[in-house]
Ligand binder design. Structure first.
Ligand code: 5GP
Length: 364
């Protein structure tokens, strides 16, 4: 199924720190071990372990966050994540990350996001377009990508659109969440298009974030919520009431939730490997992808945390194709349909439609 890799794809649910390369995580952890900040022998096996429960995943995130605290690490992992997605023909990436404050390193939420932006600017192997495109009157044909005809290692450089979502962590306060939303608004001209609510679903009350999420929406930011990762009927009900523009996961939905979801047509970000690895769904055959797909409900395949779950988007497409008996044409359509659920503007959507239109010739 090489076509899963060669066809254009859209990634809408990727956490920056979860997308860290194993090799980078090991290298950064070893360096901190050498400095005596952590005991490397204690963390090596945690990094190399492959099958983690949801609670172990959150322990690993705590470790990753110790390792990637400084600005230069954030810049590095951003650059590498974009390169990795582009290398497997992801043509549009919505990367989400939780802006972090760390006074001892002189890091504010703003400087954290600036370090992410530096990572986007540092990519050279691929042409990256991350700032919103302004259509100038009389200049409708301006290129969305500059330098697109350049070569890298003798080959034409691939191109990728990147947009950012700022995540609110469920450990944060209402005020901290509001700070993130205000930052997102200030960073809109650098490609921040929305807000995500994530973090350990067993922690906190989602209502804590409602004022910030409402404000984000009023101000024109897009909102996606991690919803139904654990059994919490009331929370799922209330989240669906909020009518977010997308939701992630939807593993622990009950009959009433499915009905509401389907009637509201909210697109679902599906993360197959993540859901199976964290035991949120018992087996791939029991995964709700099949039901939603058959019901023609809007959905998009995503990686969640390609580093933490040792996957990539092509692999998620391969798993869906082989587990649910879908052919090349169906998978191509699934990938293409995601254009309609992206948070970027219509100019980007139009450009992506052209990309898929040209690629369709190889699928017929
Ligand atoms: P970061 O926001 O630090 O770049 O990416 C890692 C963070 O994303 C984690 O600490 C966690 O807050 C969030 N995250 C990553 N994967 C998941 C997931 O599967 N479920 C939830 N609820 N949050 C996640």
């Amino acid at each position: 199924m090489d076509w899963c890799e060669s066809m254009p794809k859209i990634e809408l649910h990727a956490h920056l720190n979860g997308s860290i390369r194993d090799s980078t995580l090991l290298e950064l952890a070893r360096a901190l071990g050498d400095k005596g900040v952590i005991d490397f022998s204690q963390v090596e096996h945690v990094i190399l372990k492959n099958d983690r429960s949801l609670s172990e995943v959150f322990k690993l995130f705590d470790l990753i966050h110790i390792v990637t605290t400084d600005h230069s690490s954030i810049t590095r992992i951003t650059k590498e994540a974009v390169e990795d997605f582009a290398s497997e023909n992801v043509v549009y990436l919505e990367l989400r990350t939780t802006p972090k404050k760390n006074d001892s390193l002189g890091m504010s939420k703003r400087s954290y996001v600036e370090a992410v932006l530096d990572g986007l600017r540092a990519v050279s192997s691929v042409v990256v377009a991350f700032t919103p495109y302004k259509v100038e009157p009389g200049n409708l044909s301006s290129p969305l990508f500059s330098g697109v005809n350049d070569k890298y290692n003798g080959n034409p450089r691939k191109r990728i659109f990147v947009r950012l979502l700022l995540s609110i962590d469920r450990r944060e306060t209402t005020e901290a969440a509001m700070e993130t939303v205000i930052l997102a608004l200030e960073m809109r001209h650098f490609g921040v298009v929305g807000i995500d609510l994530s973090g350990n679903p067993a922690v906190g009350e989602w209502m804590t974030y409602l004022p910030a999420l409402k404000f984000a929406r009023e101000q024109g930011l897009h909102v996606t919520l991690h919803c139904g990762e654990v059994l919490n009927s009331k929370e799922i009900h209330d989240m669906l009431d909020f009518l977010p523009q997308r939701i992630g996961h939807a593993c622990f939905f009950e009959e009433e939730h499915w009905k509401r979801l389907k009637s509201s047509n909210i697109p679902v970000e599906i993360c197959l490997t993540s859901n199976i690895r964290t035991l949120s769904v018992p087996t791939i055959d029991a995964h709700h992808f099949a039901d939603l797909y058959n019901a023609k409900h809007p959905l998009v395949l995503c990686t969640d945390d390609s580093g933490v779950f040792s996957t990539c988007l092509s692999n998620e497409y391969k798993i869906a194709a082989s587990s649910f008996g879908l052919g090349r044409k169906e998978m191509f359509e699934l990938s293409k349909n995601a254009i309609e659920f992206i948070f970027a503007d219509n100019v980007v959507k139009g450009d992506l439609r052209k990309t898929f239109y040209s690629a369709a010739e190889n699928v017929e």
